[in-house]
Design a protein around this ligand. Structure first.
Ligand code: P53
Length: 479
């Protein structure tokens, strides 16, 4: 690639969603109840409630979502029209093993993904598949305590091996756990619950419990990487981390050093996935806090043998920290000492818009790991207005994506980062993860549905649809 001024020809342009945020069909094809099936809708500043089972008088936005389960042919056709080279989604574990501990998988669930992957391949679109995107079987939470229980390793590996064998000739790109590092913010109940089926604040030692839970996931992930390569040596199996770089608020040495410490939190799980061992800073933290994480010599061997092929990551925003501001943060960007950055704007949901931060993130991860990177989420959640003639002029979304793609190109063309592809989040409007809203939209494709579940579910093309189509056609040259 020396001297090359354009992105590689095989660059994977596409889009990303997760099963529970689009599929709906929560009871179709013998699907089991998943942890997201008991999550109510919320709003910016209003937490989603985790109910004890499905309650009659609550609204659960993921039950129907945008009904991709019944609309996927129409939707895939639209992705193909945009020129997608790949499409990232997840498999709902509960379609394959409804309770999670069955002996035999559920054929109807397996068939659904066979059909979906066939439909994608028909148009030459590569499926990029996340095995666990915030939706384990609720049964495993109730009966086994979620990922606190070591048995979850076996259940997950069984599920993963089942789908990897079934789809070994249809799916090449895999990821194990979506945003595994979200739960490092163990004070925010939604994160522990959706990553692992555990509400850490209800545990005696929340943070220690979180490390144990994550350890089980890291072992499971490593086993799946190893077994996946045995199933098909051509598989590319990656991890998936939320990359929210934390800047020092100023060049004051204390701010700088504080940001370095804060970044350890962001790096931790990726470090294990890529390097196959726990980094020294976390061993010191465990010592300091007198935490005892059960890690067997066998676990250590598994971690070493199951390092990932690439690093998938989401990038939406950066944060900043100031050493002399100590506040108790437990929200989304709730790092103690986190302050807003006066140099960047925020979305309506308070997410800082920072395109340069994407180039920075790509450099950080590439310098640290020297593994191929894959931007598997990036995007702008915004309220769209439908004009009387049905058109949607989402110039703000185009502006966000354009600016980010420009920085992404600099990382590849100037900094030499090895980047596999780019799949903007929510390529079709879907249920927001953090708030459960429909009105926080990311799509190139509009779906007629509101926060209360009203709407025809009709699909339509936004202005950004045509814009992105041309971006792909010109391989990122025309923005
Ligand atoms: P919504 C925080 C920071 C970066 C990405 O989020 C994050 C989060 C929240 O965990 O999550 C990812 O829909 C997640 C997707 C999610 C997307 O961000 O709340 O992987 O499932 O939909 C956007 O706007």
């Amino acid at each position: 690639n020396t001297g090359r001024q354009t992105l590689p020809d095989n660059f994977l342009w596409g889009g990303a969603v997760a099963a529970h945020q689009v599929e709906g069909g929560w009871q179709e094809g013998n699907k089991g109840l998943s942890i997201v099936d008991v999550l109510t809708g919320g709003a910016h500043g209003v937490d989603r409630i985790i109910t004890d089972g499905v309650k009659k008088d609550c609204y659960y936005p993921n039950h129907e979502a945008v009904d991709f389960y019944h609309h996927y042919k129409e939707d895939v056709k639209l992705f193909a029209e945009m020129g997608f080279k790949c499409f990232r989604t997840s498999i709902a574990w509960t379609r394959i093993f409804p309770h999670g501990d069955e002996e035999e998988p559920n054929e109807a669930g397996l068939q659904f993904y066979d059909d979906l992957f066939d439909e994608l391949l028909k148009y030459g679109i590569e499926p990029v598949i996340t095995l666990s995107h915030f939706e384990m079987p609720l049964y495993l939470v109730k009966q086994y305590g979620g990922w606190k229980n070591r048995k979850l390793i076996d259940f997950f590996v069984k599920y993963a091996v089942t789908v990897m064998k079934r789809y070994k000739d249809k799916v090449k790109y895999w990821m194990t756990f979506n945003e595994i590092n979200n739960q490092k913010n163990y004070k925010y109940p939604l994160f522990g619950y959706t990553c692992s089926g555990v509400i850490f604040e209800n545990e005696e030692k929340p943070e220690e419990c979180m490390y144990q839970v994550v350890h089980h996931e890291l072992v499971a992930s490593a086993l799946v990487v190893k077994k996946g390569h045995e199933i098909n040596p051509d598989f590319k199996i990656g991890c998936m981390v939320a990359c929210v770089p934390i800047y020092p608020y100023s060049c004051h040495p204390d701010d700088m050093m504080y940001s370095v410490e804060a970044m350890h939190d962001r790096y931790l799980f990726g470090d294990v996935h890529v390097r196959g061992e726990y980094p020294s800073y976390i061993k010191k933290e465990w010592e300091r806090k007198n935490y005892h994480i059960e890690i067997t010599p066998e676990d250590e061997r598994i971690l070493r043998e199951g390092t990932v092929d690439y690093v998938g990551f989401s990038y939406y925003m950066t944060n900043a920290v100031k050493a002399d501001v100590i506040q108790e943060g437990n929200g989304l960007d709730g790092y103690p000492g986190s302050v807003s950055n006066p140099f960047v704007k925020k979305s309506d949901w308070g997410w800082q818009i920072d395109p340069v931060g994407l180039r920075y993130a790509l450099n950080l991860l590439y310098e640290r790991y020297q593994k191929p990177l894959f931007i598997v989420e990036n995007g702008f959640g915004a309220i769209d207005e439908v004009k009387p003639d049905g058109s949607i002029e989402d110039d703000y979304r185009i502006a966000y994506l354009k600016a980010h793609i420009e920085e992404m190109k600099k990382a590849v063309l100037i900094d030499g980062v090895d980047l596999m592809g780019y799949t903007p989040w929510g390529c079709i409007d879907c249920v927001s993860f953090t708030t459960g809203e429909m009105k926080k939209r990311y799509g190139f494709i509009y779906v007629d549905k509101d926060n209360n579940g009203n709407g025809t579910l009709a699909r339509s093309r936004k202005k950004s649809f045509y814009w992105y189509q041309n971006v792909i056609k010109s391989n990122g040259e025309e923005l």
